[in-house]
Write a protein that binds this ligand. Structure first.
Ligand SMILES: NC(=O)C1=CN([C@@H]2O[C@H](COP(=O)(O)OP(=O)(O)OC[C@H]3O[C@@H](n4cnc5c(N)ncnc54)[C@H](O)[C@@H]3O)[C@@H](O)[C@H]2O)C=CC1
Ligand SMILES: O=C(O)C(=O)COP(=O)(O)O
Length: 528
């Protein structure tokens, strides 16, 4: 029975989808040791930010095929460790965009009008209209750091509220910023000019402690900062001090370096002009339904053997590409399997050549598929689209991609894989014919025209009378049925190849006899 573990609170809509294909166990708040102890039973894991998926947990996850993050940030998942184990990581890149953006806007308004403190004071019996005089956002300068999906929505709404919006994002083009009518500024200039700063960038080694004591000192003493992105981007002790000392006008945080926020955090000591919420950015009914459906559908699809649409660790290979290129990927994988069995040993270089109309396809997915095929001979089921590139790199396989749209052998083009190792080099070419039918069209530059089949035998031999008959009789004597046979040669009585599709595998003892036939130079049994 396929089993899915849901280890954080997920909307019921997601559980319902997963239940169509698997037994779903919801166990939230598991301590790491307990998660490690049970993860080996599960085919899929669905999480939010509450579960940390370490390399140790992935190591214990013998059956795990997919980790679904019902949200955006995957910084709580050791993605390289998952990739190494061939575990797909998916997320919901857009399901909570609006929720997180609205949380940032809510905090900006709440900060500028002292909403939480005024509320607490009123509830406590007070009526303090003077203390809580605030500021308007209208005509104030907002600096958005990270102009991605959430940052862009914040910028759009802030502009509608009459704010002057600037942004810092090293990966956003001047054209995009212009389109959004946002000024792009370097980070120090943005911090120096801003009345409000809102952070919307991921936490990475580059962004850790990006907002430190030094940068805070460059802000206006009235400026306020909002972080609904990730903890650890702001130095929390420095921020607490800056708010307390009046270096800046205030701050509102939804995310923390360590969650839940520790009881002894200096942030908890700040009494005024600081608003803290417990990571609520994505916590709207709408966003929770969106992300749960988005991610549960992907887990369901992957468990059914279908591609996922938002895979984090197979860039360029989303569901749309997989669907469009299905037969082409199948061809690349089959040729990879074939090539590795012809080579019969470690390979140091693989050339993937997209010829004719094939060159119009993106190369990367086809390279990944070829590597998966190539490595599956040695690594079996443990190799997949997730870890194929990494495994190839670790085995020192140098990959060359070539696009040659001038070569016009077939309508639709062809794909050629060539490999080299210390002893020899081999090449195979294939094409996708009408109705998605796959054909092997050359082997070691000899022209053939064969549909791949489960069991095959490839020989290199001298083109001379009697060889085909001898081989046919030999296989017949051993009850190996030949489904089809083809010979390819470049010159009469020169070197030739023979391709046999067989109904049964060739036993090793029979292979010895095949090799013994006079004129046969090489014989490679192939299983696809
Ligand atoms: N508080 C919450 O509950 C939620 C928090 N988030 C967090 O919000 C953040 C943004 O999410 P999205 O907008 O969906 O992501 P996104 O990928 O659409 O945007 C991130 C932007 O940050 C930019 N960026 C990367 N490194 C940068 C750097 N060093 N300096 C400035 N900009 C940089 C990227 O170019 C990109 O434009 C993520 O960290 C995500 O985890 C997302 C949803 C909910
Ligand atoms: O989607 C994200 O990146 C979030 O931070 C949301 O986290 P959550 O799912 O609410 O634990």
């Amino acid at each position: 029975m396929t089993k899915v573990l849901v280890s954080d609170p997920i909307d019921q809509a997601g559980i319902d989808i997963l239940s169509q294909v698997a037994q779903v166990d919801v166990r939230t708040g598991l301590p790491p040791e307990e998660l490690k102890a049970i993860i080996g039973d599960y085919d899929a894991l669905m999480i939010r930010s509450g579960t940390t998926v370490t390399a140790e947990i992935i190591e214990a996850a013998d059956k795990l095929r997919i980790i679904g993050r019902a949200g955006v940030g995957v910084d709580n998942v050791d993605v390289p460790a998952a990739t190494k184990r061939g575990v797909l990581v998916v997320n919901s890149p857009e399901g909570n965009t609006i929720a997180a953006a609205e949380q940032a806007l809510a905090l900006m308004l709440a900060l500028s009008r002292h909403v939480p403190h005024a509320h607490a004071s009123t509830m406590a019996g007070g009526w303090d209209r003077k203390k809580y005089v605030g500021n308007e956002l209208y005509k104030k300068k907002l600096g958005v750091v990270g102009l991605g999906k959430i940052g862009s929505h914040v910028a759009r709404v802030a502009k509608a509220m009459g704010m002057d919006v600037m942004a810092y994002d090293p990966y956003v083009s001047a054209e995009r910023a212009q389109q959004m009518q946002v000024r792009l500024l370097p980070l120090p200039a943005l911090f120096a000019e801003a009345d409000f700063v809102s952070l919307h960038l991921p936490r990475t080694p580059d962004t850790e402690n990006l907002v430190n004591a030094e940068l805070l000192k460059t802000m206006k003493s009235t400026a306020r900062i909002v972080n609904c992105a990730r903890g650890g981007i702001i130095d929390e002790a420095a921020l607490a001090e800056a708010v307390e000392n009046g270096t800046i006008g205030g701050a509102a945080l939804d995310v923390y370096a360590k969650e839940p926020l520790e009881a002894g955090s200096p942030l908890r000591q700040v009494k005024e002009r600081l608003i803290l919420t417990p990571h609520l950015g994505a916590s709207t009914e709408e966003a929770q339904e969106n992300v749960a459906i988005d991610v549960a559908e992907q887990i369901r699809d992957v468990l059914l053997g279908l591609p996922a649409r938002s895979a984090v660790n197979i860039p360029g290979l989303n569901a749309e590409v997989m669907e469009q290129l299905k037969p082409h990927l199948q061809l690349a994988e089959t040729l990879g399997q074939l090539l590795s069995q012809l080579a019969g040993g470690p390979i140091s270089e693989l050339e993937v050549r997209l010829q004719g109309d094939f060159a119009a396809h993106p190369a990367q997915p086809l390279v990944v598929a070829a590597l998966k095929g190539l490595l599956s001979t040695a690594l079996g089921d443990s190799i997949n689209y997730v870890n194929a590139s990494l495994e190839a790199k670790e085995r020192g396989i140098h990959v060359l991609e070539v696009k040659d749209d001038a070569s016009r052998d077939f309508a639709g083009g062809s794909l050629q894989l060539s490999c080299r190792n210390s002893q020899a080099s081999h090449s195979v070419t294939g094409a996708v014919f009408a109705e998605g039918e796959l054909r092997i069209t050359t082997i070691d530059e000899f022209p053939v025209n064969v549909a791949p089949s489960r069991h095959m035998l490839f020989t290199r031999h001298r083109d001379m009378p009697g060889i085909i008959g001898q081989l046919g009789s030999l296989l017949g004597e051993h009850n190996v049925n030949i489904a089809s046979m083809q010979v390819g040669r470049r010159i009469v009585r020169g070197d030739a190849v023979m391709v046999l599709s067989l109904d049964d595998p060739i036993p090793p003892s029979l292979l010895v006899s095949v090799h013994a036939i006079n004129g046969i130079q090489e014989a490679h049994p192939v299983t696809l």
